[in-house]
Design a protein around this ligand. Structure first.
Ligand code: TMP
Length: 213
């Protein structure tokens, strides 16, 4: 937990879990309680970090992006995002909602790309400099169902990014990785099934928040 006045919530989950929809609904709910609430995302969230996001997500001609490069770009984007955007917001008392954060690094780079979990833990701590999430909502979904939902996504105008192009077994390991993180940190990470209708998922998230604030 961070020591700032604000409240830091991250939303995690496999592709197509409906994170964006839930973030918007959650922001409306929090603002209706009179709190400043900002929505941001990783990788990205600042102009510099968004430039890194483009490098991380998309192929660059014939030059592959190596796993080590990918990891360091993600951590560089995080270091920038936390210092330039998240920390100032938390210090002034805002609620920060972040679409993905360091649990995605553990799930994707750690479990799915098989990089050393202890090394990732240290890099994550270095990048965030003490600004850890107060609450993490894990929107859990079977990757097969998630894939069907992302098929029509418009961010990349129909072109799938490097992660979406990984096969189903990769995304199954990602999901299992998230579930292991939740099992290891049950106080912080709360699992919500993303299989239900958006309104139902939202009401479950609201219950969690009422307990947390
Ligand atoms: P998304 O925001 O559209 O979900 O795309 C971000 C992609 O980046 C997603 O496929 C997961 C991946 N990612 C990682 O591999 N590690 C990370 O630490 C983060 C934040 C994202």
């Amino acid at each position: 937990m961070n020591s700032a006045k604000g409240f830091f919530i991250t939303i995690e989950g496999p592709e197509g879990a409906g994170k964006s929809t839930q973030l918007q609904m959650l922001r409306d709910f929090i603002e209706s309680h009179g709190r400043e609430c900002i929505v941001t995302r990783e990788p990205g969230g600042t102009p510099v970090a968004e430039q890194l996001r483009a490098l991380i997500k998309h192929h660059n001609g014939n030059e592959p992006i190596y796993d080590q490069t990918e990891l360091l770009l993600i951590e560089a984007a995080r270091a920038q995002h936390v210092r330039h955007f998240i920390a100032p917001a938390l210090e002034r008392g805002a609620v920060v909602l972040c679409d993905r954060f360091y649990d995605s690094t553990t799930a994707y780079q750690g479990y799915a790309r098989r990089m050393d979990l202890e090394m990732l833990h240290q890099l994550n701590s270095f990048a965030v400099g003490g600004y850890h999430p107060d609450l993490t909502i894990l929107l859990d979904i079977d990757p097969e169902k998630g894939f069907n939902r992302t098929a029509g996504r418009t961010e990349t105008l129909g072109e799938h990014d490097r992660f979406e192009l990984e096969d189903l077994s990769f995304h199954k390991v990602v999901r299992e990785g998230f579930l292991k993180i939740a099992a290891a940190e049950p106080e912080r990470v709360k699992i919500v099934s993303a299989a239900d209708a958006p309104e139902k998922v939202h009401s479950k998230i609201r219950e969690l928040l009422l307990n947390a604030f």
